[in-house]
Design a protein around this ligand. Structure first.
Ligand code: GLU
Length: 308
């Protein structure tokens, strides 16, 4: 039987927080419990400038949490050729077209479907994509993937089937001559032999887009596992307003990682009260079937226990 493989794919920006720790730990425990391989990939193509020290910090934080991985770490920015090859294949297949709108305008167009909205009109794809691409003047430009008109169904191991009506052609290559997240992640998961993608629920809709790239390139789609997000008591995603929940802050203070792991164990319903736990103790009692599909709430009590 061929080996199953999952991956940890942090964007090493220094902004990783408790919600990320929860996803990493569940991903790790799911892989280790089932004898899957688990690889680590640094997604350092997008976002604020990423330097070597934030990559090192991210690895140190994972190790501190007792999360280990197999093999060499891949750093996306070191070799852009696999992404460029995929871009050229998609151009040759007429699956993508260049577009002079900014990425922000393209994203806004997705939430501005009114016909009389000038941006909505401008963001509509050209009628003949192949002739559009031959007129490409090699100026810096965004490249957009032509989504099909049928609803896209994502089959998730935890959430079942979700249908998406994708409204907008999404960006796969940016004006800065870099692959966008949607393309880079598919190319890497495919070339790294990832069979199981385990990550936060906020990327569920991305799976619908990514599915279309898999099909266009004739690649095998992985199994999806989208995990609950951690939110504050106000129901909103963890952010500064909920206090400083960055892992780097905890790591640099004298907090015991066993507290964070214990908190995640309680969130995963494998313990009932706040108690410290090592990652190997977490692994012993971990059961994916107990993990919530609803958001997890980081309560004031959780915070008091963690910082107390
Ligand atoms: N690097 C992405 C993030 O940190 C995760 C991508 C993925 O898991 O597909 O949000």
């Amino acid at each position: 039987m061929s080996v199953r493989r999952s991956r940890l794919a942090p964007s090493p920006t220094g902004a990783l927080h408790l919600g990320n720790a929860c996803s990493f730990l569940i991903n790790w425990a799911l892989a280790r419990k089932n004898n899957w391989e688990l690889i680590l990939r640094m997604e350092d193509l997008v976002g604020p400038r990423i330097d070597l020290s934030s990559i090192k910090d991210t690895q140190s934080i994972l190790t501190w949490l007792g999360v280990d991985w197999d093999g060499e770490v891949l750093r996306q920015s070191l070799d852009l050729i696999p992404y460029k090859d995929a871009l050229n294949t998609l151009i040759a297949l007429s699956k993508i077209y260049h577009c002079n709108l900014s990425r922000k305008e393209i994203e806004q167009a997705a939430s501005a479907p009114h016909v009389d909205d000038p941006l909505g009109k401008k963001a509509i794809r050209p009628l003949d994509i192949s002739s559009h691409n031959t007129s490409w003047d090699k100026q810096s430009t965004n490249w957009r993937f032509r989504v099909h008109d049928e609803p896209q169904v994502v089959c998730d191991e935890l959430l079942g089937k979700t249908r998406f009506n994708l409204l907008n052609d999404f960006v796969v290559w940016t004006k800065n001559d870099l692959p966008a997240y949607q393309l880079a992640v598919v190319i890497d998961d495919a070339r790294q032999g990832v069979t199981d993608v385990v990550r936060g629920h906020d990327l569920l809709e991305s799976a619908a887009w990514q599915s279309q790239i898999y099909v266009a390139l004739g690649l095998e789609e992985p199994q999806w596992w989208h995990l609950p997000l951690v939110v504050g008591e106000d129901g909103l995603r963890l952010a500064k307003r909920h206090g400083d929940t960055r892992l780097l802050t905890y790591f640099e203070s004298d907090m015991q990682p066993e507290k964070i792991i214990g908190l995640i164990a309680k969130w995963c319903k494998i313990t009932k009260i706040h108690e410290t736990l090592s990652s190997s103790e977490f692994l012993q009692v971990f059961d994916i079937r107990k993990v919530n599909t609803e958001n997890i709430v980081f309560t004031k009590e959780d915070e008091k226990w963690l910082l107390g």
